[in-house]
Design a protein around this ligand. Structure first.
Ligand code: FAD
Ligand code: E0Q
Length: 464
């Protein structure tokens, strides 16, 4: 097997995968529809910062990228919950500052990874949008969107790292159906900005993920190292059916027709945030709401000719902050399987082994991400929820390595997502049952709870 691959998309996964493979002696070429962000300034849309957690950091370490990325990262210790009455509460993510997540700038991260890929020997080609593939002839067709000029290349095997709207996926699906299904969330999102304070510092606590939970909708804000915050409002696209009071069906993007309507919503529901967002009207008018969906496929690869990873294979809703982390984990897994099958010259076997390993785990984090939306917008200010979290912490102390909180398994460990999901389901049952009817941990039947934990949860081993 000539160790050679063509990657479509030089976003987060494409750039990391190119680095990992080039360093292992693969000949890698990468084609990206946009211009080089290092030349013109970053033009990529979508959320401009992201939460980076242990899975993503581990993958970055495999490419020696962690240090450069961490130089620009802002630590987030927990959720800072903003209640409707203006009260604030920091809900720590972990036990101490060794269990935190990091806010990173999407554009800066992409640039860091592109530099590394190029230095490792990958050939990067910008302004090349994949427009079609002849899999039998091994030809990929690209278009330069600046002048419409078409380019055909001999692609060999293709890797689709071209995101949720993947063109490679469409080409594969046209050749042999992948069993594709998208489930759109009936909520969208809009991004707004909190600029620095007049003295040049952060306007609110920098070391937290701020969240304004409001039942059917919510705002969040993540810090940027240039002392700004990116605010994201998540809101139903259209008025909710079955409104509790007819005519009072709550806010929605469709119902907020003008920037003034948006300001009125913030005055009522996000009053402490409003004065922090001076350009709310302009930002509102400028950015259309983004859509959110979960993408399911039955197959991720076409023999040894093409394979998908990251959002192209399994786009998910963003509410666990794991899409990029999972995409980075995919890159490490694919590189490992390619290495393992290199001697047998068998790309099809490598792609199949990759899919077997990652598909159940992608499905698990997709499900947990959907579940986390309800939790974020509706539960983080609920007394039952807070009591369950308190018990979760107590059981973590009583059963170290056995009862590990859900958030910890997903965010601070690298056990398979499917394992985290299965254990979380058991743990939730234990938490709900043990706190039923209680308003403090005083009434907990510890003997019974400890027995259930020991009976239902085996000790947990994390990857080295
Ligand atoms: P992308 O980053 O989308 O990269 C795809 C690349 O392919 C792009 O550069 C694109 O220009 C290029 N491309 C597209 N089509 C073509 C084509 N036809 N030809 C050539 N190139 C093409 N994840 C987290 O881990 N933490 C978070 O906090 C987080 N927050 C999020 C918040 C929001 C609002 C959203 C929407 C997502 C969030 N995510 C988060 C998810 C994360 O953004 C994605 O999972 C991640 O970007 C996936 O990486 P990727 O490389 O697969 O795709
Ligand atoms: C994280 C970090 C977009 C987004 C990103 C995130 C998180 C959330 C809510 C959202 C989940 C959490 N979370 O706080 O439980 O941990 O990345 Cl909305």
């Amino acid at each position: 097997m000539s160790k050679s691959l063509t990657i479509v998309g030089a976003g987060l996964a494409g750039a990391l995968l190119a680095t990992l493979l080039a360093r292992r002696g693969w000949r890698v070429q990468v084609f990206e529809k946009r211009g080089d962000p290092r030349v013109k300034g970053y033009e990529g849309g979508r959320s401009i910062n992201l939460a980076l957690a242990e899975r993503g950091r581990h993958a970055l370490r495999q490419a020696d990228a962690d240090e450069a990325v961490m130089r620009q990262a802002v630590m987030m210790r927990g959720r800072m919950v903003h209640f409707l009455d203006g009260r604030l509460q920091l809900q720590r993510y972990g036990r101490d500052d060794s269990e935190v997540i990091w806010s990173v700038h999407r554009g800066d991260l992409n640039i860091t990874l592109l530099d590394l890929a190029e230095r490792a020997g990958a050939a990067l080609h910008f302004h090349r949008r994949l427009d079609g593939v002849d899999f039998d002839a091994g030809i990929a067709r690209f278009v330069d969107d600046r002048d419409g000029v078409r380019h055909e290349i001999e692609a060999g095997a293709l890797v689709g790292a071209d995101g949720a709207g993947s063109a490679l996926r469409a080409a594969m699906n046209a050749h042999a159906p992948l069993g594709e299904r998208s489930e759109f969330l009936d909520h969208g999102y809009k991004e707004l900005e909190i600029p620095p304070a007049p003295d040049g510092g952060f306007r609110i606590e920098p070391h937290a993920l701020h969240i304004w939970p409001r039942g059917h909708y919510m705002c969040i804000a993540l810090p940027n190292d240039e002392k700004t915050f990116t605010v994201t409002l998540f809101l139903p696209n259209a008025p909710l059916p079955n409104a509790p009071i007819p005519g009072q069906d709550g806010p929605s993007f469709a119902a907020l027709k003008t920037p003034d309507d948006a300001v009125a919503l913030f005055e009522r529901d996000f009053a402490d945030a409003l004065p922090l967002i001076p350009r709310l009207r302009a930002d509102w008018a400028k950015n259309p709401p983004g859509q959110l969906a979960t993408l399911y496929l039955d197959r991720w690869h076409l023999g040894g000719r093409a394979v998908l990873l990251g959002d192209a294979a399994h786009a998910m809703v963003p509410f666990h902050g794991q899409g990029m982390n999972c995409a980075f984990e995919d890159c490490v897994a694919l590189a490992r399987h390619l290495d393992a099958h290199a001697d047998a010259a068998d790309l099809a076997a490598a792609f199949a082994a990759f899919e077997d390993e990652r598909k159940p785990n992608a499905a698990a984090i997709q499900q947990m991400a959907l579940e986390n939306y309800l939790e974020m917008r509706d539960r983080v200010d609920d007394p039952d929820f807070l009591l369950q979290r308190e018990l979760e912490r107590a059981l973590q102390e009583r059963h170290p390595g056995r009862f590990v909180p859900h958030y910890t398994m997903v965010t601070f460990m690298r056990i398979p997502y499917a394992t985290a999901l299965a254990r979380s389901d058991i743990q939730r049952e234990i938490l709900v049952e043990a706190t039923r009817g209680l308003d403090s941990l005083d009434g907990v039947d510890w003997t019974a709870v400890d027995a259930r934990v020991n009976a239902r949860l085996a000790p947990l081993q994390d990857a080295a």
